[in-house]
Structure formats: C-alpha cells, structure tokens
Design a protein around this ligand. Structure first.
Ligand code: ZN
Length: 76
C-alpha cells in the first residue's frame, strides 16, 4: 500500500487513525477506509470516509480528502 503522509488534526494536532473495513454490500464498494481523529468520549473533530474497489484506492482517496479538509479548516 502506498503511504500518503496524513496531516495532523487541525483541532487537536494529533495524527488521525486509519481504519480499513470491508464495505457494506449495499454500498457497491469492496473496500472502505475511514480516517478520523477520535478523542475519547467525544465526537471526532474530523472524519473522512471513502469507499473504493480496492484498499489502495480507498486509502489514497480518503487520505487526499483528509489532507484537503485539514487545509480548509486551517484557512477558516
Ligand atoms: Zn482532533
């Protein structure tokens, strides 16, 4: 799997957790990638989910989306 460096969470500065799951059948995707910052007992500051046909694509798109979102939040 090609590694894309993830930006830290723009709210708390922590590196996000990456979770790979088999997608729900109904979604039509084979691989599901979730990237999120998850503080204990609280809602994630930022959460990105992406479904694709392969793990590598799911991660690549989710990681790119995560980095984009962190940049946008920094500019707010
Ligand atoms: Zn955070």
């Amino acid at each position: 799997m090609s590694e894309i460096k993830l930006n830290p969470c723009p709210v708390c500065g922590k590196i996000p957790k990456v979770k790979m799951d088999y997608a729900y059948k109904a979604s039509g995707f084979g691989a599901w990638c979730t990237i999120q910052c998850k503080p204990f007992f609280r809602k994630p500051h930022l959460k990105i989910e992406n479904g694709k046909s392969t793990w590598e694509r799911a991660y690549k798109y989710a990681a790119a989306h995560w980095n984009e979102a962190t940049e946008e939040m920094k500019n707010d």
